[in-house]
Design a binder for this molecule. Structure first.
Ligand SMILES: Nc1ncnc2c1ncn2[C@@H]1O[C@H](COP(=O)(O)OP(=O)(O)O)[C@@H](O)[C@H]1O
Ligand SMILES: [Mg+2]
Length: 345
């Protein structure tokens, strides 16, 4: 086999979907049925990246951005319209069987398990499909039972499981043959905090124990903060960010919020802070809450320093308490979704 430099290499892949043209209204729907007119939707548009063994990468973007389509190309379910993709040295769509041995997949929106069979039987079938030896099976089940507690519902039909149990079962099933790469497409969707936490812990432990490479799409920023050192952001099929979480926070988390409890809030009322400090209104905005005597100021940390702000406020009123907050990751991401990378800076 040729040398594998990266676990995953994606080179300029695109995916176009051809769909019948839609017309508005009921009459339009009927017209659409008979019309030969087609529209091309580019779901993934010239994306490249490489991922090393053992990385956990968060793949994020708003709904319809192209995340699942990218994952489907990496798993071999879809063939790219353009570009190439290699996973563990294999072209996934050309060598689907060989590729299947190397990967595990969980789609949070739908189970891969046999709905009416007891979970244990799904596992027995998967053991056969993936050619897992008895020894390897016993060892892996011991590990999966420990991290996902599958034994609690192993004999129950999948359709009777709660969402959280089903997700643990799906994750376990994806890991039975100990794949090199694990794709998780919204694995924590709809789960309560306790189950989310269990799933995150399990992913972390699997990654540490086996150096499993993990690609995770999620809308849950908590998943990202807990698990991913690297994130890629995709927007309308294009990759708009690829880097560390720290870098993202440093570069785009330029806003800071300071809350001050003041003794005489009425003295603050007419204050025009941005003028006092010589900055634009957008670079420093204030909100005064008279009920709890708190002044909150949101400002650009490259334009203003906390001491400057404090002395301006303290010149008019006494400050009893102060709290400084960095921008939350969720806000940075929301801003990037809304305005692109340029807008968030
Ligand atoms: N099988 C398909 N046929 C036509 N369009 C599709 C198909 N699958 C996805 N799309 C379209 O491609 C875009 C990206 O979808 P998807 O990859 O599922 O986004 P995400 O997972 O980021 O929400 C969307 O506009 C979606 O409607
Ligand atoms: Mg999706």
């Amino acid at each position: 086999m040729k040398k594998v430099s990266h676990m995953i290499e994606v080179n300029h892949i695109s995916k176009d979907f051809v769909a019948p043209k839609k017309y508005p209204g009921l009459r339009g729907a009927v017209k659409g049925l008979f019309s030969a007119e087609k529209v091309i939707k580019t779901a993934v548009d010239d994306i490249s990246f490489s991922i090393d063994t053992g990385e956990i990468v968060g793949y994020i973007g708003s709904n319809g951005a192209g995340k699942s389509t990218t994952i489907k190309m990496m798993t071999g379910i879809l063939v790219p319209t353009k570009g190439t993709c290699t996973v563990a040295g294999i072209n996934p769509s050309r060598s689907r069987k060989e590729n299947a041995q190397n990967i595990g997949v969980v789609f949070g929106q739908r189970t891969q398990l046999w709905w009416d069979l007891p979970l244990s039987e799904s596992f027995t079938i998967l053991k056969e499909i993936y050619n897992v030896s008895d020894t390897a099976y016993a060892e892996q089940m011991e590990f999966l039972n420990r991290v996902l507690a599958l034994q609690d519902f192993f004999d129950r039909p999948v359709r009777t499981l709660s969402l959280g149990q089903r997700m643990r079962a799906d994750l376990g099933a994806a890991l039975l043959h100990n794949p090199k790469v694990l794709y998780l497409d919204e694995p924590t969707i709809g789960l309560d905090l306790v189950v989310k936490d269990n799933i995150r812990k399990a992913i972390k432990e699997i990654n540490e124990k086996y150096q499993t490479t993990v690609i995770l799409t999620t809308h849950d920023i908590g998943d990202i903060e807990e698990l991913c050192s690297r994130i890629m952001i995709i927007d309308e099929g294009r990759k708009i960010y690829d880097g560390s979480l720290c870098e993202l926070k440093d570069t785009y988390g330029t806003k800071r919020k300071v809350s001050m409890e003041v003794k005489q809030p009425e003295k603050i009322k007419g204050l025009c802070l941005h003028e006092l400090l010589g900055v634009q209104e957008t670079e420093c905005s204030m909100a005064l809450n008279l009920e709890n005597s708190t002044l909150s100021v949101t400002f650009d940390k490259h334009k203003l320093q906390v001491p400057q702000l404090l002395s301006a406020v303290m010149a008019v009123a006494e400050v009893k308490d102060i709290q400084i907050q960095e921008t939350e990751l969720a806000e940075i991401v929301k801003e990037i979704y809304n305005h692109g990378v340029g807008g968030a800076a």
